[in-house]
Structures are given as structure tokens and as C-alpha cells.
Design a protein around this ligand. Structure first.
Ligand SMILES: NC(=O)c1ccc[n+]([C@@H]2O[C@H](COP(=O)([O-])OP(=O)(O)OC[C@H]3O[C@@H](n4cnc5c(N)ncnc54)[C@H](O)[C@@H]3O)[C@@H](O)[C@H]2O)c1
Length: 283
């Protein structure tokens, strides 16, 4: 475990927050999960419990260990209770919300606390510039599902304190993940490269020649683990669209990365994927 980090607070108990919290607690860290919506906290708590129970029933985890992991996680909707050495925010993909949250947390916490963002596409440098202590800001981009996926992109800015990088890197390694250092460019590495995978697939379906199910089946039979439609349903259509828009804007609106009207319609209809029970598929 990291010598510098005793308590971590994960902000946002959605798709990513729950998995990140589970990973941290499994690695032995005292973990607080904060969300503005109590229902989100309840869902995250149930999801973590369920994941651990599955691991126990498969014989991968002892039930006593699962209980200890659960005991390390607390949940709160009270911002004042958010005191920690490291914050990992996984809230909505909107710059102003992330800035506001980090500034509120900075008021409550000691000057050595680290503020990590799990943003998929927003500029970590721009975020850092707008918060109290830019040197304490870093990007820690986990992948979905966070309790299983090994890769974490670590994004520094010109102002990130090298000690903050060292502590964050050590922490990521200590939770069994594989850190990779990235430049603060739109979409970093994985989301930048993956953008055409989603967008081209949506364009094919928009053209009316093929269905999402057919595209997924064909891509999966070609060796991709998940077809683009199943994958965006897992990610969340709102999040995937926000990332597409952000990368598109930051790269100067290239035609090839124009967000998909089909996906925009899904988001308007509240069909966000697995988390709402319907996206390109029904769950
Ligand atoms: N979904 C993915 O596959 C994925 C992968 C990597 C990174 N990310 C990034 O992680 C972040 C979260 O994505 P997600 O898919 O978990 O979103 P989500 O919609 O599943 O969950 C977001 C949660 O944040 C809460 N929230 C919103 N504003 C808040 C605030 N001000 N304070 C506290 N809680 C707040 C919401 O109530 C919700 O529970 C985004 O920045 C996204 O780009 C997502």
C-alpha cells in the first residue's frame, strides 16, 4: 500500500465510482464514496456487495475477506464529511461541475490532498488551472468495468507536482492496476483511438444498411471483445456522447469525428444503456 495515502474519497457513485471504490477497498484502502444522490450511493453499495458475493460464490474470495472489504467502504451524501488524502472524482463529464467540486473539497481538506480526475476527455490542464492548488491535480483514467480492467491512464499537466505523480503512480500499482503515462491530449490514448470505432459503427447504422446487433456480432466474430453498440451501452450513452463532443471540439471539429445524431437521440430519450435499462439494447 502507498505510505502517503491513508484514506481515499471517490466522488460520484455511478458506473465508474462504484468499481473504483471496490478496487481501492479490496487493496486495503479506507474508502469513502460521496454522491449528491442517495439513490446512487445505495445502488453502488448493492453493486459492490453483489460483485463480491459473486467472487465468493466462484471461490475466488473468502467470505471473511469480502466482509472486510465492505467494512472499509463508507458512503455519504454529505460533502462536509469528505476528508481524505486522495480524491478521485468520477462525477458527470462537465468541466464546471468538476471544478466546483475540487474547489469545495480544497476548502475542507489539508493542502497536501491530491485531486485526481477520472475524466475521459476533458483537459486536465484546464481543470487544474481553475482550482485552488493546480500542483495537486492529476488525471487517473480508469476503464470500465473499473474493478476488472487493469489499465489506468495517468495524466500530468505542466503544473503537476512530481511528488503527486509519484504518489499517484505508486497507488495505482498498489491496487493491482497497470499505470501508463499519457499526455494531456483530447481523449488521451484509448478514447482517442477508440472514437472512430463507435462513430463509424453508428454511421453505418444511420445509413440504414445494417442493425446494431449485426455490427456487434460481426465485430465480435472478428476478434473485438465487445461490439461498439454493446460497449457504448456499458459505458453509458450520455458519457460516450459527452466524450465524443469534447474530443470533436478540442480537435477543431473534424468531420470524421462528428458526434452521431443517432446517439444524440438516444440520450434525449433517456436511453443511456445498461444504467437506465435501455440503450441500443434492452436490459
Ligand atoms: N462510463 C465509462 O465507461 C467511463 C470510463 C472511464 C471514465 N469515465 C468518466 O468517469 C466519470 C463518471 O462517469 P460514469 O460513467 O461513472 O457516470 P455515471 O453517470 O454513471 O455516474 C456519475 C455519478 O456522479 C454523481 N454526481 C454528479 N454530479 C455530482 C457532484 N457534483 N458531486 C457528487 N456526485 C455527483 C451522479 O449522481 C452519478 O451517480 C466521467 O467523467 C466519465 O467521463 C467513464
Amino acid at each position: 500500500m502507498s505510505q502517503d495515502i491513508h484514506r481515499v474519497c471517490v466522488c460520484g457513485a455511478g458506473t465508474m465510482g462504484a468499481g473504483i471504490a471496490q478496487t481501492l477497498a479490496t487493496a486495503g484502502y479506507s474508502t469513502l464514496v460521496y454522491d449528491v444522490h442517495p439513490a446512487g450511493l445505495e445502488r453502488a453499495s448493492q453493486q459492490i456487495r453483489q460483485q463480491l458475493q459473486t467472487a465468493v460464490s466462484k471461490g475466488k474470495l473468502h467470505s471473511d475477506t469480502a466482509e472486510k472489504i465492505l467494512q472499509r467502504i463508507e458512503f455519504t451524501d454529505d460533502l462536509q464529511a469528505c476528508l481524505a488524502d486522495l480524491f478521485i472524482e468520477a462525477i458527470v463529464e462537465r468541466m464546471e461541475d468538476k471544478v466546483a467540486l475540487f474547489n469545495q473539497l480544497a476548502e475542507l481538506n489539508h493542502s497536501e490532498s491530491i485531486f485526481a480526475t477520472n475524466t475521459s476527455s476533458l483537459s486536465v490542464s484546464q481543470l487544474a488551472e481553475q482550482v485552488q492548488n493546480p500542483a495537486r491535480v492529476i488525471g487517473l483514467h480508469f476503464f470500465n468495468p473499473a474493478h476488472l480492467m487493469k489499465l489506468v491512464e495517468v495524466i500530468t499537466t505542466d503544473r503537476t507536482d512530481p511528488t503527486v505523480f509519484d504518489v499517484a503512480w505508486t497507488l495505482i500499482a498498489s491496487i493491482g492496476k497497470t499505470p501508463v503515462r499519457c499526455q494531456d491530449t483530447p481523449g488521451f490514448i484509448v478514447n482517442r483511438v477508440a472514437r472512430p470505432y463507435y462513430l463509424e459503427a453508428m454511421r453505418l447504422v444511420e445509413a440504414g444498411d445494417i442493425s446494431p446487433e449485426q455490427v456487434d456480432r460481426i465485430l465480435e466474430s472478428a476478434g473485438f471483445k465487445l461490439g461498439p453498440f454493446k460497449l457504448t451501452d456499458l459505458i453509458g450513452q450520455d458519457i460516450n456522447l459527452a466524450v465524443s463532443r469534447s474530443v470533436y471540439e478540442q480537435l477543431g471539429r473534424p468531420e470524421r469525428l462528428k458526434p452521431s445524431p443517432l446517439q444524440e437521440q438516444l440520450v434525449r430519450d433517456g436511453k443511456l444503456g445498461r444504467k437506465t435499462g435501455e440503450g441500443f439494447y434492452r436490459y
